[in-house]
Design a protein around this ligand. Structure first.
Ligand SMILES: Cc1cc2nc3c(=O)[nH]c(=O)nc-3n(C[C@H](O)[C@H](O)[C@H](O)COP(=O)(O)OP(=O)(O)OC[C@H]3O[C@@H](n4cnc5c(N)ncnc54)[C@H](O)[C@@H]3O)c2cc1C
Length: 428
């Protein structure tokens, strides 16, 4: 596939890619080029809700939005295909069936599960990184519920994904009236779950999980996982060599950058994230940018931004301003001499964690929130995010997945009050 126009190619239609594509499309096509978006799936996955699919509170269709629906009012060209290789020296990307050239490339392929080379972990546990992963966990849960025997469900990893999954599965078990036979344990190698999160929020999350009768074992690293031959496994732990027998083990202990082949190789962190400069750009290839979970960008203190949807969206918002300004307006630009001077910077102001079907705990403007307020903030943010996507980027000012201006929006109150009123009407 070749073209005489300037072509911007975006790999991945997750939070980073879809948001970037819908927001730059009109600038690019109005000026000098075209935008091509590539994903192996025909849908955008709302990954931060997939634990609710695993627990049967959402259907798969509710958390995947067809990409064509999101881009139908734009001139974006969508190709459904798996990306196999990036060849920066040739400005070319190899897809499953063809090759495509680019003038500007943005890599947004997300993350994958990291198993730390722990023996038996890949083979004997399930990951939770996609809607099909979540549907499989849900099927296994239903089968355990039907068996009417006692079963231990073990979640390895007490980060945000593990904790959210634990909360949701506990609600599923309770609603199915199976609490007497199904127990849920979260295993965490570090001294606390949600390591690195605000201490007050962690305390509140611990309380909620305790109420949900979830067992939490901290300071407990998994050393190996063995198949017990009856669709169950034994999880061996570092503390006093103990083990847990589990009928369903889910691995949420680690995340690494999606392993895409780039030849010649570019520098990556030990977690496989592409090392970028403060403009989200590969230093040695100025016409390649990367954002989202696969991207390793440092904040002002030299710490990597965490792999979070809200960071992916902020990075996309940043690039959606930078690209039209510096690249698109310059036909066949000499990309190596772009006058980039506005670095990516973002301070996380809102932290929210889902702990079940209807439970959220968060830190909002430095206050711990829970209950209905936390739930409303989550629903409001998500609905604003989807509205922005569906507007084809025209509604960018209102974007919010815990965005820059969510606090001022909430304080100004109008959008939030309207949203709350509609929710109340729906319930009434
Ligand atoms: C269960 C769960 C709960 C979470 N909860 C939260 C939360 O509460 N708050 C929060 O901020 N973050 C949360 N996250 C993290 C958040 O989902 C990620 O940070 C976010 O999805 C990153 O966006 P991204 O665009 O980089 O990657 P993704 O959203 O993963 O998108 C990557 C895209 O690339 C595509 N792709 C991958 N490989 C290929 C290939 N070879 N060829 C073609 N296409 C490919 C995928 O299909 C996908 O569409 C959660 C994650 C999980 C799994």
């Amino acid at each position: 596939m070749s073209t005489s126009k300037n072509r911007v190619v975006i790999l991945g239609a997750g939070y980073a890619g879809i948001f970037l594509a819908t927001n730059i499309a009109r600038y690019v096509t109005e000026k000098v080029g075209e935008v091509v978006l590539i994903d192996r799936n025909p849908y955008h996955q709302l990954l931060q809700e997939i634990h609710l699919v695993a627990a049967d509170f959402r259907t798969a269709n509710e958390v995947q939005i067809p990409i064509l629906k999101l881009i139908d009012r734009t001139d974006i060209k969508f190709i459904q295909s798996a990306v196999k290789q990036i060849m920066p020296d040739k400005n070319m990307v190899a897809l499953e069936s063809t090759e495509i050239n680019y003038d500007l490339l943005i890599v947004c392929l997300g993350a994958s599960t990291k198993y730390f080379n722990i023996k038996g972990a890949t083979e004997n546990t399930l990951p939770l990184r996609s809607v099909p992963d979540a549907s499989l966990i849900c099927d296994k849960m239903r089968a355990l519920m039907k068996s009417n025997k006692k079963h231990d469900i073990v979640i390895v990893g007490g980060g945000a994904t593990g904790v959210s999954l634990g909360g949701a599965l506990s609600d599923f078990v309770k609603e199915s009236k199976k609490s007497d036979i199904l127990t849920i344990t979260i295993i965490e190698a570090l001294p606390t779950i949600l390591s690195g999160w605000d201490e007050r929020l962690v305390k509140k999350v611990n309380e909620v999980l305790l109420e949900k009768e979830i067992r939490i074992r901290t300071n407990s690293a998994v050393t190996r996982v063995e198949n017990d031959g009856d669709a169950s496994c034994s999880i061996y732990l570092s503390d006093s060599g103990s083990k847990i027998h589990s009928s369903l083990a889910i691995w949420t202990a680690g995340v690494k950058g999606y392993d895409i082949q780039i030849s010649p190789e570019v520098e990556k962190t030990k977690d496989g994230r592409i090392i970028l400069n403060e403009f989200c750009q590969i230093g040695s290839y100025p016409n390649i940018f990367s954002i989202g979970d696969i991207a390793a960008v440092k904040d002002e203190n030299g710490k990597l931004y965490p792999p979070l949807a809200q960071i992916a969206v902020r990075e996309a918002k940043y690039l959606s301003k930078l690209i039209p300004k510096h690249v698109i307006i310059t036909d066949r630009a000499d990309l190596s001499s772009l006058p980039l001077n506005e670095k990516f910077e973002y301070n996380i102001k809102v932290q929210l964690i889902s702990l079940g079907n209807d439970d959220y705990v968060g830190l909002f403007n430095n206050h711990v929130i829970s209950g209905n307020l936390a739930k409303l903030v989550e629903e409001f943010s998500m609905s604003a995010y989807i509205k922005t996507l569906e507007s084809g980027g025209r509604d960018i000012k209102n974007t919010s997945l815990y965005g820059d201006n969510i606090f001022s929006q909430l304080v100004s109150g109008i959008a939030f009050a309207r949203f709350t009123f509609i929710k109340w009407l729906e319930k009434a």
